[in-house]
Write a protein that binds this ligand. Structure first.
Ligand SMILES: [Zn+2]
Length: 559
């Protein structure tokens, strides 16, 4: 096995100059097989090793080739995207015995000392911890003398925005009249906090968040070379969690190696990072887009209960909706999903359609503000999910409003009409179900309470009578439904949907027929603490509660 690993990394070295050229180091790793910090051992040693920063690298390589490198640079961007790595690469490029060159040799004293951090001419300071008067004095000393051996004294200051005013002033003089032998490279995650006097004297280069796809490939390459098992699905989850930071991705991989004993799969990632597995996200989103709020909330609470972070869940749902939308737009679009996942995504994409998905995603993106501002993010996520679950009802109303002849059932709805979905969900699209759902949807915007009451009933149109049958458990709603104003509203609604209806009969079903009638989901949902809180926040009303498949307690609470 050891031989195999060594061979593969040797091949890798020749072809890609990756990992670091120091093969002794590689052999030592293979011999010890102990955990080491991946972010350090896999720090790129050549410009070509760097991922996701092509524009920056191209600019710098061109400047090195043409010998037009500036004397001061400001690298701005997220943490862990390669700013200090590139700074060190530049230091090597300008100071290499064979340089200045875009491809430093990596073996001369300058190159090796800079890589090891022991070069006297390349100074790395951390803006956050070098803020005192003594540090400023030291900085001045550094600027005064010529480099001891190399061409340039390269001064790298990380998190430069943290420097004190005194330190900035000390720098300013050198920046205004730069000695030919000094080169500054400043890095910051907060460019807007760097004084304008410094900004105007530097060439700015923006580092971008590294795309998850590139991080995934890098993680897989590292796993292969280090000889531990990492599934593609797991690598993808880690890459997403890293949110554009390669260093974060590698740190996560370190943690996971320790946790999963070098066998890293999606399950392990899920439990360590609080990232849900693909199937879990599918289950949640499928319930929500079908309007099954209770089912969706149950799944959501399971996820939150198992330690998944609300923000992560929010992002994963949004990401999943995006992938489904992409599949709906172009079923052959390439993605990083496996075969099973791809077929799930395609099916959902074609069922929901591009229009519906675009709007759902829009609605979901709008929830970000709610999640950010909420003191209880889990509750905010529940509210967001409830809003998404309302979507089918909204769509139904729109379909009804758009329909020129709503009574004509033969006149087919649009390609992706929810009515088509609801009938495909029921047994042969029963009339009863359609009446029930259409009435509820029609009433929802103007009279949510009435719509909610109907939700607990079985509604059947028989001749000129609309029969509203309540189960015994929802008998309390009978009085409300029998009220004059409720009856009037119902008749008006029927005028649009079923003009033949003249009478509305409200009945409470006996115990014997109770089994055929849905229990009062509405009542259960209204008693739910999460729903109550959601109502308090939104000021709305619960209007659409669907049977909770797989659970006998639809309005189950977490407390
Ligand atoms: Zn060199």
């Amino acid at each position: 096995m050891t031989f195999h690993y060594s061979l593969s990394s040797a091949l890798c070295l020749r072809n890609e100059h990756w990992p670091p050229r120091d093969t002794r180091k590689q052999l030592r790793y293979h011999a010890r097989r102990s955990y080491h910090v991946l972010a350090r051992s896999w720090r790129p040693q050549l410009f070509t090793d760097l991922i996701g920063q092509d524009p920056v690298v191209q600019t710098l390589r061109n400047a090195l080739t043409a010998d037009t490198l500036g004397h001061a640079y400001l690298f701005a961007g997220l943490r862990g995207v390669g700013k200090t790595t590139v700074a060190r690469l530049i230091a090597r490029a300008v100071n290499c015995e064979k340089g200045p060159t875009p491809e430093p040799c990596g073996v001369c004293p300058s190159c090796t000392e800079i890589a090891a951090g022991s070069s006297l001419d390349v100074v790395e300071l951390d803006g956050a911890s070098n803020r005192g008067i003594d540090d400023v004095r030291e900085l001045r000393e550094l600027l005064r003398y010529r480099p001891t051996r190399d061409r340039f004294r390269v001064i790298i200051i990380d998190e430069v925005h943290m420097l004190t005013r005194e330190a900035f002033n000390a720098l300013l003089k050198s920046l205004e009249e730069p000695p030919s032998y000094i080169m500054f490279i400043f890095a910051t995650t907060e460019r807007h906090r760097v004084p304008a006097t410094i900004l105007s004297r530097c060439q700015g280069l923006d580092f971008r968040p590294v795309p998850a796809g590139l991080i995934t490939e890098r993680l897989l390459l590292i796993a292969k070379n280090e000889g531990f098992s990492l599934t593609r699905g797991a690598a993808m989850l880690i890459a997403r969690s890293a949110a554009g930071s390669v260093r974060d991705g590698l740190s996560l991989l370190d943690q996971l190696r320790a946790f999963a004993d070098d066998n890293i799969d999606e399950e392990a990632v899920g439990s360590v990072l609080g990232v849900p597995r693909f199937e879990q996200v599918v289950e949640l989103v499928a319930a929500l887009v079908e309007g099954q709020a209770a089912q969706g909330l149950r799944v959501l609470r399971e996820q939150l209960g198992s330690g998944h972070d609300a923000t992560v869940l929010y992002q994963e749902i949004g990401r999943f909706l995006t992938v489904v939308l992409h599949a709906a737009v172009d079923a052959n679009l390439e993605s990083d999903l496996d075969e099973t996942q791809t077929s799930v995504v395609r099916e959902l994409g074609s069922t929901l359609g591009v229009t519906a998905l675009t709007r759902m995603l829009g609605l979901w993106v709008e929830q970000e503000g709610l999640l950010r501002s909420a003191s209880n993010r889990e509750l905010a996520l529940e509210v967001s999910c409830l809003r998404l679950a309302r979507w089918p009802a909204v769509q139904l109303v729109e379909a009804i409003l758009d329909d020129q002849d709503p009574g004509n059932e033969a006149g087919g709805p649009g390609e992706h009409s929810p009515r088509q979905q609801s009938s495909s969900g029921g047994v042969g699209g029963s009339r009863t179900k359609a009446t029930d759902e259409e009435l509820t949807a029609l009433l929802w915007p103007s009279n949510p309470r009435l719509a909610g009451a109907l939700e607990s009933a079985v509604v059947v149109a028989q001749g000129d009578t609309l029969s509203v049958q309540l189960p015994a458990s929802a008998a309390g709603l009978a009085q409300f439904l029998s009220r004059d104003d409720s009856q009037k509203t119902l008749r008006e609604a029927c005028r649009e949907l079923r003009p033949e209806v003249q009478h509305i009969a409200v009945e409470v079903a006996g115990a014997e027929s109770g089994s055929e009638v849905q229990p009062s989901l509405k009542v259960a949902a209204l008693e739910d603490s999460g729903v109550q809180l959601a109502q308090r926040i939104l000021g709305g009303d619960v209007v659409h509660v669907k049977p909770d498949r797989g659970s006998s307690k639809p309005g189950e609470t977490t407390q």
